[in-house]
Design a protein around this ligand. Structure first.
Ligand SMILES: NC(=O)c1ccc[n+]([C@@H]2O[C@H](COP(=O)([O-])OP(=O)(O)OC[C@H]3O[C@@H](n4cnc5c(N)ncnc54)[C@H](OP(=O)(O)O)[C@@H]3O)[C@@H](O)[C@H]2O)c1
Length: 273
């Protein structure tokens, strides 16, 4: 019998995940399907029951359920318990196991492009769920230190405490206090949702150079103002779609126990822009 998969969240109609996974199924001739399923806030428990009833084999979780979903897991792997959020679930006869592939997905482009993280100075904009997975990634790859800049200082401070707990030297500032300090960092990541609605870059990139790695995890639009400003400085660019692809490839491997057809998935994703 064919296997079925889904992505749950709200809003969900613009999700690119069904395209990416369906392309992988086609490429490898797998008898599988993948749908987008809207579950509004407050209806997660019933939503999950519904997915169990139709014997879903696995699903991805996106905004706003990544943290609340932890309550409904029977098991979790280390990435999931460390980050405190779940984006990928397997269902084996009603037993739900959670994983977080955002961290590996975030790191994947560095590996593909052979860009070094060890001993670098990092500026991370944002302190939400995605930023937490990113902090775990920088700790794993042994960055030298991380400055977390956020609109709400309190959230940056909490994330900075988490970073220190897992062995990464960290400090927290308000995002408007970044001012002209972008040049002091090797890697700058935007993990706020600024850019989704074509807002201007959250910080000035005026004095960065061609060695600075600038990574925007916002993937729609592909060329945010933050990315455009980095391109003007000939910086090394990593796009949000690269992380999206990385986390999808990792989820594919968890579900299907085989290497993800990365290029077919990439083609399908880029076709969606
Ligand atoms: N490429 C990928 O694979 C991938 C994966 C995950 C997420 N994402 C994207 O990453 C973004 C963040 O996701 P998330 O799950 O971390 O969301 P989240 O938990 O809601 O966090 C949102 C972050 O953005 C900040 N923010 C929101 N609006 C702002 C504004 N107007 N001005 C300044 N700061 C603002 C928030 O600051 P406060 O703390 O002050 O509220 C917080 O730091 C989303 O756009 C999401 O689509 C991409």
């Amino acid at each position: 019998m064919g296997k079925s998969f889904a992505v749950i969240g709200d809003p969900i109609d613009h999700s690119l995940s069904p395209n990416i996974h369906s392309a992988a199924f086609r490429e490898l001739n797998l008898d599988c399907s993948y749908i987008a399923y809207r579950i509004p806030t407050g209806e997660l428990e019933e939503g999950i029951e519904g997915l169990k009833k139709i014997k879903i084999d696995g699903f991805n979780i996106t905004i706003p359920h990544k943290v609340e979903m932890m309550k409904y897991l029977d098991k979790m792997d280390e990435s999931c318990s460390l980050i405190g959020a779940v984006n990928t679930v397997t269902n084996k006869d009603g037993v739900l196991k959670g994983y977080n592939t955002d961290m590996d997905g975030f790191l994947e482009p560095f590996k593909k492009k052979k860009l070094n993280i060890e001993n670098t100075k990092v500026l991370l904009l944002g302190a939400g769920g995605a930023a937490r997975a990113i902090v775990a990634g920088f700790a794993k790859e042994k960055a030298k230190n991380i400055t977390i800049a956020n609109r709400t200082l309190e959230n940056a401070k909490n994330l900075s405490e988490f970073a220190k707990k897992i062995g990464l030297s960290a400090n927290a500032i308000k995002i408007e206090d970044v001012k002209d300090s972008a040049k002091d960092y090797d890697i700058i990541v935007n993990a706020t949702s600024i850019g989704l609605r074509n807002e201007p870059s959250p910080i000035s990139l005026d004095n960065i150079n061609e060695k600075t790695i600038v990574y925007d995890i916002v993937y729609m639009p592909m060329n945010t103002d933050f990315i455009k400003k980095a391109k003007e400085k000939n910086a090394v660019i990593i796009f949000g779609y690269e992380m999206l692809l990385g986390q999808a490839a990792r989820a594919f491997e968890i579900w299907h126990h085989m290497e993800a057809p990365y290029n077919a998935m990439k083609k399908a994703l880029l076709g969606g822009f």
